[in-house]
Design a binder for this molecule. Structure first.
Ligand code: ADE
Length: 221
């Protein structure tokens, strides 16, 4: 999968995309991530990317030209262009699954006080990662790239994400590792029994209990 990100702060992505699973996925060519500083596309002699809002108001607004020109330059026929904005569709695991099947996605990170409304016209989808306002779309882009990359076939074992929280509207079951007793807290007996039918049943029940307790809204879905 090809992922292009338009951002005024490309350095923000260095650490996140060069560690752990994303780093390995890039090395194995399962994902190709490029960051584009759309300031480089500005026609302004001072490389300006923003201006004052028509009608007045505080703050600066991202202008259309650098973003439109950058998209014209990098867009392929398969590309899905996504704008990161707090008024977009709320992101979740089901959207992550859908996006992980795309060939090419382009993420546009907004910044400052907002962006010219006409930028929405070149986007196929608008995504918010939650009902709060970030200083820009970069952290949202990182969260989306991370959650999509792990779902690309070959990146992690499929079994590892089949039981993920939110699949089938259930949270993940509780897991334990050695030692059997830690500070008086014991691992449930059934997990040591070796009886896989019983273990599967236990995990199903515990996932259900955890969901009812922590996220009853998922059950209602
Ligand atoms: N930009 C600012 N806030 C955002 C949010 N919650 N989700 C996506 N992009 C954003």
């Amino acid at each position: 999968m090809k992922i292009d990100i338009l951002s005024l702060f490309p350095d923000m992505f260095n650490d996140v995309f060069n560690e752990s699973i994303i780093k390995r996925a890039k090395e194995e060519k399962l994902v190709d991530i490029k960051i584009h500083n759309f300031r480089d596309y500005s026609n302004d002699k001072h490389n300006k990317v923003d201006d004052t809002p028509y009608g007045g108001g505080c703050g600066m607004v991202l202008t259309c030209q650098p973003i439109f020109d950058c998209i014209d330059d990098i867009k392929t026929d398969d590309a899905k262009v996504i704008l990161l904005t707090p008024d977009g569709k709320t992101y979740n695991q089901s959207v992550a699954y859908d996006l992980s099947k795309e060939k090419h996605i382009i993420l546009i990170c907004g910044h400052y006080e907002g962006f010219d409304e006409r930028i929405r016209s070149i986007c196929d989808l608008e995504i918010s990662i939650g009902d709060y306002v970030l200083t820009g779309g970069e952290i949202a882009a990182m969260a989306i790239v991370d959650s999509i990359t792990r779902l690309i076939p070959g990146v992690i074992e499929e079994e590892s994400h089949l039981n993920d929280s939110f699949n089938n509207n259930r949270l993940d079951y509780p897991t334990y590792t050695k030692p059997r007793v830690f500070r008086g807290m014991e691992v449930p007996e059934v997990l040591i029994s070796g009886d896989h039918k019983k273990i599967d049943e236990y995990r199903k029940i515990e996932a259900e209990k955890k969901t009812i307790e922590k996220r009853p809204d998922l059950i209602e879905k």
